[in-house]
Ligand binder design. Structure first.
Ligand SMILES: Cc1ncc(COP(=O)(O)O)c(C=O)c1O
Length: 375
């Protein structure tokens, strides 16, 4: 069976885990976490990176940092993972779902202005598949209305837009290190703080609402409860894994790029002849090689395609279902069926092919051959 995903084991990750135990620092915020944070700060250019227990938790921290309250509105793509909006809905904010572009499947910037009201407090663009949203349109619009931008960069680490790293555009940005991501410690995430006004409070929220970080730096003589918060610090055992993964970033990204390009080369003619959609990467976007997807004609064809690959021992999977049509989306949001037509179509037609750094060329060739035989 060729799996859909398989976590990469970086050269030094087991050695680092052993070291974390041998040096007796396995709780949060130890030397491995700090080293991983420094790689993120340098790689993305963030003022501060704080590792978290998940991207979902980094998004929840963002909602707290922005002091979101009931009645505030947050604009998100309808085609995204539930956490992109759930984190804000937890604070009582109202989801405002925006459709995505046909080509990149990213928040459609041309529709954004029509979604903004006097109550809009945040826009959360998602760089789907690690291909950038049109930040040159989104940022000025947000800035002119004093609306915060939180980049959900779960897919996009080390991608860029007009040469600028993804994760460096929003006042805040969030990363995921879940098993399915390019770099993984099983479950994990990061909050990237680009607006330094948020740094100190972000440290407090992540440490159960205490000023413990200031205490450890010797800035206060005891620590106490000063704000809301929760337990969002990543263990140094996972930090050890993540440091090794991030240190191996060039090799991991090079291998993922090779997989992506082999799919594109091997499936291009078949897809074009058959009217199957391929990922679209605008020339000003350097993608992160997070996934390879196909867009089939409709739900029946997609189901048949997944079965066709499954029979040949290959796991292909679909992706997000329209959030505005989910039970919670209907209850909390205002969008109805038909309001986000691209999302509604793509949710039925998109399929993701097996994709990981260790996928071999012969495995890939079998997948390509099987896909091209789909009649
Ligand atoms: C766009 C997006 N945002 C957020 C998340 C949540 O990430 P995590 O599992 O680290 O909480 C995911 C998960 O796949 C995602 O795809």
């Amino acid at each position: 069976m060729i799996h859909f995903n398989q976590a990469t084991v970086a050269d030094r990750q087991l050695e680092y885990v052993r070291e974390a135990f041998e040096t007796h620092h396995v709780s949060g915020d130890g030397p491995f976490c700090r080293a991983a944070e420094r790689i993120l700060e340098t790689g993305v250019g963030a003022k501060r990176a704080l590792l978290t227990t998940s991207c979902t938790h980094a998004l929840e921290m963002s909602a707290l940092l922005l002091d979101l309250r009931p009645g505030d509105e947050v604009i998100v793509p309808a085609f995204t993972f539930v956490s992109t909006i759930n984190a804000f809905a937890l604070r009582g904010a109202t989801p405002v779902f925006c459709d995505v572009r046909q080509d990149t499947l990213n928040l459609d910037e041309a529709l954004l202005e029509s979604k903004i009201t006097a109550r809009t407090r945040a826009i959360v663009p998602v760089h789907y598949a690690g291909v950038a949203c049109e930040m040159n349109a989104i940022l000025p619009l947000a800035e002119s209305r004093n609306i915060a931008v939180v980049e959900d960069n779960a897919h996009g680490l080390f991608g860029s837009y007009h040469g600028r790293p993804l994760g460096s555009f929003g006042a805040l940005a969030t990363q995921s290190f879940h098993e399915t991501k390019n770099f993984s410690c099983g479950e994990g995430g990061a909050l990237l703080v680009n607006d330094e006004r948020f740094i100190e409070r972000a440290e407090i929220l992540r440490e159960k609402g205490t000023n413990r970080s200031r205490f450890f730096r010797g800035q206060v003589d005891k620590y106490t409860w000063v704000d809301l918060g929760s337990s969002w610090v990543l263990s140094d055992v996972l930090g050890a894994v993540l440091r090794a993964q991030l240190e191996a970033r060039e090799s991991i990204q090079r291998r993922r790029e090779a997989v992506w390009r082999r799919y594109a080369a091997g499936l291009g003619d078949w897809a074009r002849a058959r009217g199957v959609g391929l990922p679209s990467v605008p020339p000003h976007c350097e993608q992160s090689f997070h996934m390879f997807y196909l867009v089939l004609a409709d739900l029946a064809e997609r189901t048949a395609f997944i079965e066709h690959l499954g029979k040949a021992g290959m796991k292909a999977v679909f992706h997000y279902q329209p959030l505005h049509l989910s039970p919670m989306g209907r209850e909390l949001g205002t969008a109805r069926e038909g309001d986000c037509p691209v999302t509604e179509r793509i949710a039925d037609c998109l399929v993701r092919l097996p994709f990981y750094a260790d996928l071999t060329e012969s495995e890939q060739d079998r997948i390509i051959e099987t896909a091209c035989a789909f009649g």
